[in-house]
Write a protein that binds this ligand. Sequence first.
Ligand SMILES: Nc1nc2c(c(=O)[nH]1)N[C@H]1C(S)=C(S)[C@@H](COP(=O)(O)O)O[C@H]1N2
Ligand SMILES: [Mo]
Length: 358
Amino acid sequence: MRGRSGDRSLRGIAITGGLALLSGVGGRLIGAQRRDVSGERAAIQLPEPSGPTVSLAPDADLKLPGLTPYLTSNSDFYRIDTALIVPQVSVDDWSLRIHGMVDHEIQLSWDDLAKRTPVETLVTLACVSNPVGGDLIGNASWRGYRLDELLAEAGPHPDADMVLSHSIDGFTAGSPLAVLTDGRDALLAVGMNGEPLPVAHGYPARLVVPGLYGYVSATKWVTELEITRFDRATAYWTRRGWSAYGPIKTGTRIDTPRARAKLQPGSTAIAGVAWAQHRGIRAVEVQIDNGPWQPARLSTEQSIDTWRQWVYDWNATPGPHTIRARATDGTGETQTEARAPVVPDGATGYPSTTVTVG
Ligand SMILES: Nc1nc2c(c(=O)[nH]1)N[C@H]1C(S)=C(S)[C@@H](COP(=O)(O)O)O[C@H]1N2
Ligand SMILES: [Mo]
């Protein structure tokens, strides 16, 4: 980050695999965050979800060498934080206020939540600042409370169209009210992969919305849902040049072979992941050099809200080669070949990997 205004980089604050890549100053220091809620978190018992807990379809994970696992562990999950110090929020101090353009303002404490029954669902979360081929994307099971139910209790006014979620650290995200209430599994999440949310991923509560980039939906350490309008409120990253709306674009990534790999001739698995959250992935195709596009084999579709793995068996011939891939979503639309940068609303273009065989 380069300063408070005119800052257009979410990438500078990306933290992946526990490695901090902090460039310059920015973010905000949270006042007097001297405590540590990790002990409290370890003792929390999450309520059991209604319905079955998540179980994986056969072949949802093809388990190929070099291919990203279907499920991302909490420790491998990417992180994006504007705060330089991870907020430490105790369940004793936490509450969620739903207010603004509503009939009944609501305030929920942790104990109020415990009286409700959560659901559990798989959602692939993605960052708008993920470049083509990048790793700011991960897939986890989330346990939480349906936002459509919580919002219905507050009674949003008919002319409201935005839910501005506020974090304790000052971060805000603006989500279309219509997306949070259209029946998808938009959650006030308290659990990630069967554990309480890790502190760095928003403990004790955050939002998770299938189909929206994190900067417009996935508020961590969430404390307020302000029901408002896009023509009245502007969220954190939108003030810094990013789009007010952030639906996730269809994308795919080549995981193996790695860029500049030296390969033996013959049978070679080309494999990766593809995503189009809440539309689903219908097909992935692979192209070698300027050859025809060939269909890849897909992993079993676990849900339209999560990525799918794909693999293409290539008979590698000696020489240098360029491998490209493209995905088609559940509506039949193929991702665009036109390259776009991550600003203002997400990168586009086909991923490409160059290898040498022989
Ligand atoms: N409080 C807060 N919530 C936040 C952010 C943040 O900086 N602060 N980053 C958002 C962005 S840009 C993304 S992509 C997701 C990332 O969630 P993760 O860090 O759990 O992967 O969180 C969103 N929620
Ligand atoms: Mo993000």
